[in-house]
Design a protein around this ligand. Structure first.
Ligand code: ADP
Length: 521
């Protein structure tokens, strides 16, 4: 008799997931990775807050309430159930209006709500109460970023000697720049005793640091690209936690994010005025003309069009772009930018936009459809990031045949192959120095390539579009990580588990190369 197959059970806790609530890449990951895990046969369930701003009526309201212990007493939360689109992955929404029925997820732009520690204490503690209410005892709980950093800590403390204590925890870092830092005096809000406010757990240079506690308590750690996994162990990228990460360097793995290849598919994308594929690029030309028209720029297929989309923050290097924009606009090229963030940056790009209507257009705001149209209509995509844990836009660009111009950092270094002028090899343009000169020279190189070596642009485009950045392959990396974490926690492997067959079809060379780098050192 064959042993019954044992499914791996995973709870995925996140503060945002597309399409329900999104401020950045974490939402894209949370909306897509669980689906890919589900396709591998993993019983994965998602828990997140119920925010204002989307149609709650589509969700099923579950009977009863969840009792979440808080510092001030017990919060009675509602629970609603939905699915990640195009899947049967359950998403449990914790409903507690006092904390989440607000205009923003974390606070107005550039600011956090003063009670964020309390709000995300509620999410982390509430996620564990959801497990108990559903009688779902996961093998692994996967927490993401500072908002859920308390999950691994609670498993080792308030759940000690209780059934959930058996669950291993994986903590994923999506961005070291946000660590959930607050005043040490607020320790009581976590519901944990003052004794946990010590330099091995929450205390970090005189403040309470949620991420530090997670880095210490989680069974295993991951981040979203192999290069970033190395970078954050250095002072330049570790934002003060590089020492902690070095100590746990053997438990940290970098797994490149995938992209949602259904949502981002130029052949079917409903946001586009015309669809296209590597075999037939005529639709891309139509997208370019439509984008030039939408931007109020001269509609001309011969002028190279550069696209930029992203949060206007120092991370994304927009100050570097600001400092060389005039030089770029002195060439025969057009630039369109969509972003929101720092007020100063918004004002700067908006003012250049009103002055240079001939070559530059900025949209200040968040607009999913426009982001898709820029990815499709532009010829090149600019990402001068100061640091980039993974970055998704460059992968969307590659898939849409829009050649990325990136700084060699984090996931950008792992996904874009630099152009080689002699051979014509490459999928984009890569530069190293974080200076306006380096960025301008690289944009200039792209402009020159466009005018002087159009055959190279065409072949790079085809190569870029053939790359496979789907989650299929990277989900395998997470499965291995979960199984490792389980083994660590329990002291034995998950018995009866049979891994799904490898992702369909042969692994493309670029993916094979990336995967070989995701192994833990
Ligand atoms: P991060 O998470 O650091 O913001 P990523 O590149 O990982 O960066 O993900 C950013 C995601 O947010 C992408 O899907 C991108 O298209 C989207 N995005 C960023 N800014 C905007 C905007 N102003 N309008 C629409 N989408 C945006």
């Amino acid at each position: 008799m064959t042993e019954p197959e044992r499914r791996l059970k995973v709870l995925f806790v996140t503060s945002e997931a597309a399409p329900f609530a999104k401020t950045g890449g974490l939402a894209d990951v949370s909306g897509a990775l669980p689906r890919a895990l589900r396709e591998r046969g993993i019983d994965v369930r998602v828990v997140m807050p119920l925010y204002a701003g989307f149609d709650w009526n589509a969700l099923q309201r579950l009977e009863g309430t969840i009792r979440v212990p808080m510092w001030w007493g017990v919060a009675r939360a509602g629970l609603r159930l939905g699915n990640l689109p195009r899947s049967d992955v359950p998403v449990y929404f914790l409903e507690y209006h006092r904390y989440f029925d607000r205009p923003h997820l974390y606070g107005p732009p550039g600011d956090g709500y003063p009670d964020n520690l309390e709000r995300f204490t509620f999410l982390s503690r509430g996620a564990l109460e959801v497990c108990k209410a559903l009688n779902f005892f996961p093998d692994v709980i996967h927490a993401n970023d500072w908002q859920t950093a308390l999950v691994p800590v609670y498993l080792n403390t308030v759940e000690w000697a209780k059934p959930l204590h058996a669950a291993a925890s994986v903590f994923s870092i999506h961005n070291m720049a946000y660590q959930g830092v607050t005043d040490g005096g607020a320790m009581f809000v976590t519901g944990l005793g003052r004794e946990h406010y010590n330099s091995s757990e929450f205390e970090h240079f005189g403040s309470l640091n949620l991420m530090k506690a997670a880095l210490r308590h989680a069974t295993l750690l991951s981040t979203v690209s192999p290069t970033y996994a190395q970078e954050i162990q250095t002072p330049a990228f570790g934002n003060g936690l590089d020492g902690v990460l070095r100590e746990r360097g053997g438990d940290l793995v970098g797994i490149l994010n995938g992209i949602d290849t259904e949502e981002w598919d130029p052949a079917t994308d409903p946001y586009l005025p015309a669809n296209f594929s590597a075999e037939d690029l005529s639709g891309k030309a139509a997208c370019k003309a439509a984008l030039q028209h939408e931007a109020g720029l001269p509609v001309n297929p011969r002028i190279p069009l550069f696209g930029v989309v992203g949060r206007l923050t120092s991370q994304k290097g927009f100050d570097i772009l600001a400092n060389c924009l005039e030089q770029i606009l002195s060439w025969d090229a057009q630039v369109v930018l969509l972003g929101t963030g720092d007020r100063e940056a918004e004002h700067f790009f908006w003012s250049v936009s009103s002055r240079r209507r001939d070559r530059f257009r900025a949209w200040i705001g968040f607009d999913d459809g426009l982001a898709h149209r820029i990815e499709a209509g532009a010829d090149f995509f600019v990402m001068p990031s100061r640091f980039e844990p993974c970055g998704l836009n460059q992968m969307y660009s590659l898939r849409y045949g829009t050649l990325p111009i990136v700084r060699a950092t984090g996931g950008l270094a792992d996904t874009v192959h630099g152009y080689h002028q002699e051979s014509g090899e490459g999928t984009g343009f890569v530069f190293h120095d974080l200076t306006p000169d380096a960025l301008a020279s690289t944009v200039g190189w792209a402009v020159a390539t466009w005018y002087q070596r159009p055959a190279h642009v065409q072949s790079m485009r085809r190569r870029a579009m053939a790359e496979d950045f789907s989650w299929r392959h990277e989900a395998e990396g997470y499965e291995r990580l979960y199984l490792d974490a389980y083994r660590r926690r329990r002291g034995h492997p998950l018995e009866g588990f049979r891994p799904a067959p490898p992702a369909h079809g042969p692994v493309p060379a670029s993916v094979a190369k990336r995967r070989s780098r995701t192994k833990r050192r």
